[in-house]
Ligand binder design. Structure first.
Ligand code: ZN
Ligand code: ZN
Ligand code: ZN
Length: 296
């Protein structure tokens, strides 16, 4: 929320005490007995904005620029402007910004998320997800492709049902390579859908900030996939790490309760797991039953 000049309503930058447009002082004396809100620190001045963090009424002298807009000086001193390396891509370069963000989120998530702008364009978050997915899948995919290629090369010429064995091997290797390349894109799309579902749950939990905040938190929680540069490990360990980090990011960026943050982070994966498990179970059961039927 941008504060505006009490005289001409033009928006002003927090920290200013005179209006850039009309030149009037932004500090307006409060009229005694008036219903107008006054500054919590200086009751002699009218309030020009409420702090989005603590809700205090603030005069122009008490406003500072915070990551989410104008905040009061008390909150500003408590939590100075934090900078996420990912938001400094222009200075650092995309890859270094990505690596530093991941490292920070894995080693000291509290410090890394403290005071950062909770909001970012969805496209910025999507780029982060894509890089995490590439880090998570690419190495494992390459190793799998290599193994399949080698294993297929060692397999003796068996009956391949009339197909040329060489062509078959080639296509399997190509298929594996294609999977490796397409998987990050598929996974990025899935993340967008999952963040949408998480956002619905967070909304039900009373969260007021927009989808781009949820998307940002969800994207940042993909950082553990960077351990995917160690083949095989990430695919199995990272999802759980990411879920925990996601609950933490939802709580920090949305400033919500642990209950809402945990529901937002866990409900969708748990439900989809139950659903998949249920379908899988039903499938096994049906196969088992038809097997019995065939025997009897
Ligand atoms: Zn003005
Ligand atoms: Zn405040
Ligand atoms: Zn004040």
């Amino acid at each position: 929320m941008t504060p505006s000049c009490p005289s001409c309503q033009a928006p002003f930058t927090p920290g200013a005490e005179t209006c850039e447009r009309c030149g009037a002082s932004l500090l307006v004396a409060s009229a005694p007995g008036s219903a107008e809100p006054v500054c919590a620190v200086h009751p002699e001045w009218q309030s020009v904005a409420t702090c989005p963090r603590c809700g205090a009424f603030a005069c122009a002298r008490c406003l500072r620029q915070g990551p989410e807009g104008a905040i009061c000086v008390t909150c500003h001193e408590r939590e100075p402007l934090g900078q996420l390396p990912w938001d400094q891509r222009e200075q650092l370069g995309t890859l270094r910004a990505f690596w530093r963000t991941c490292y920070g989120l894995l080693m000291q998530p509290t410090n890394t998320l403290r005071g950062i702008n909770p909001d970012a364009p969805v496209s910025s978050s999507m780029t982060f997800v894509l890089l995490s997915a590439i880090a998570g899948f690419l190495t494992t995919g390459i190793v799998y492709t290599a193994i399949i290629g080698i294993v297929l090369g060692l397999v003796p010429q068996t009956d391949t049902g009339g197909a040329d064995p060489k062509t078959l091997k080639l296509w399997m290797t190509v298929g594996m390579a294609a999977w490796t390349v397409l998987m990050p894109f598929f996974s990025t799309g899935m993340t967008l859908a999952n963040a949408g579902l998480d956002h619905l749950i967070l909304r039900m939990g009373g969260v007021e900030r927009g989808f781009s905040v949820t998307m940002r938190a969800h994207a940042l929680s993909q950082a553990p996939y960077i351990v995917g540069v160690i083949p095989f490990v990430a695919v199995y360990a990272a999802p759980f790490w990411a879920m925990g980090l996601r609950a933490f990011a939802y709580r920090t960026l949305h400033r919500t309760s642990w209950g809402t943050a945990l529901a937002g982070a866990l409900l969708v994966p748990v439900l989809s797991c139950c659903l998949c498990g249920g379908v899988y179970g039903a499938f096994i059961f049906a196969a088992f039953k038809s097997g019995l039927g065939a025997q009897g």
